[in-house]
Design a protein around this ligand. Structure first.
Ligand SMILES: C[S@@+](CC[C@H](N)C(=O)[O-])C[C@H]1O[C@@H](n2cnc3c(N)ncnc32)[C@H](O)[C@@H]1O
Length: 221
């Protein structure tokens, strides 16, 4: 079970999925609002597609990722590291962001605390992730025999995890409720500034089901 073993799978998923251009990257840019010359850390940068877009706005950017295979493909500087233990000094960047990664990090409190350690006071943290309604164990849209799409709720209030096969390996989604996420961020002194929820970008029959969540916080002094 590792992201290195699933790296090829992730790259093939990306190549055929318009979700980044249509939904994921625009949500991140709205949340982060990257500022020229500011230095941002991409936590879980993968092969660097989001870093490329953030740097187009004139910002400086570097990444960390668990997978050596993906980090080596990044066109911006990227190191192999865990989100829970960043290889950076205190206050070393103006902001941080994470895209479709927090749901794979085992401890969300460690994530928010570590981001608060490396971002300077009054710096920002932006997030795009699978909406917690979607990640609760066994929660999923199901199609009825007549084609109607229904929603099967999972155990939203649990903190369970779900393992999915992914290429040569498998990946784990760690579920926590929106309240658990926001409270952990607040405990790490992240002040909430922006929230956006969005349905699946191309499935009209799921327009009432939240699929993606974006947030921006600012670090209190
Ligand atoms: C779904 S991919 C998203 C990659 C990238 N953010 C993007 O949007 O293209 C999740 C990424 O998180 C990384 N990852 C998973 N768990 C991690 C952890 N604990 N610390 C750092 N990176 C992690 C994986 O290696 C993978 O590159």
């Amino acid at each position: 079970m590792s992201w290195s073993a699933s790296s090829e799978w992730w790259l093939s998923e990306l190549s055929s999925d318009p979700a980044y251009e249509q939904a994921v990257t625009p949500m991140l840019i709205r949340a982060l609002s990257p500022q020229p010359e500011q230095l941002y850390l991409d936590i879980g940068c993968g092969e660097g597609r989001v870093m490329a877009v953030v740097s187009e706005a004139g910002a400086r950017v570097f990444g960390i990722d668990l997978s050596p295979t993906l980090a080596a493909l990044a066109t911006k500087p990227a190191a192999v590291a865990r989100a829970q233990s960043l290889p950076l000094k205190e206050n070393s960047c103006d902001g941080a962001y994470t895209v479709l990664t927090l749901e794979h990090v085992p401890d969300h409190s460690d994530f928010f605390a570590e981001a608060a350690r490396v971002v300077r006071p009054d710096g920002s943290l932006a997030l795009v992730m699978n909406h917690p309604v979607w990640t609760s164990p066994e929660s999923t849209p199901i199609t009825d025999t007549d084609g109607e799409v229904l929603w099967r709720p999972g155990d939203y209030f649990s903190h369970g995890s779900t393992t999915y096969p992914a290429g040569e390996g498998s990946i784990v989604f760690h579920h926590r409720s929106l309240a658990a996420l926001l409270n952990a961020a607040a405990e790490a002194k992240w002040s909430l500034e922006h929230v956006e929820e969005a349905p699946h970008h191309e499935l009209d029959d799921q327009a009432g089901i939240p699929r993606l969540l974006a947030c921006r916080w600012r670090l209190l002094p």
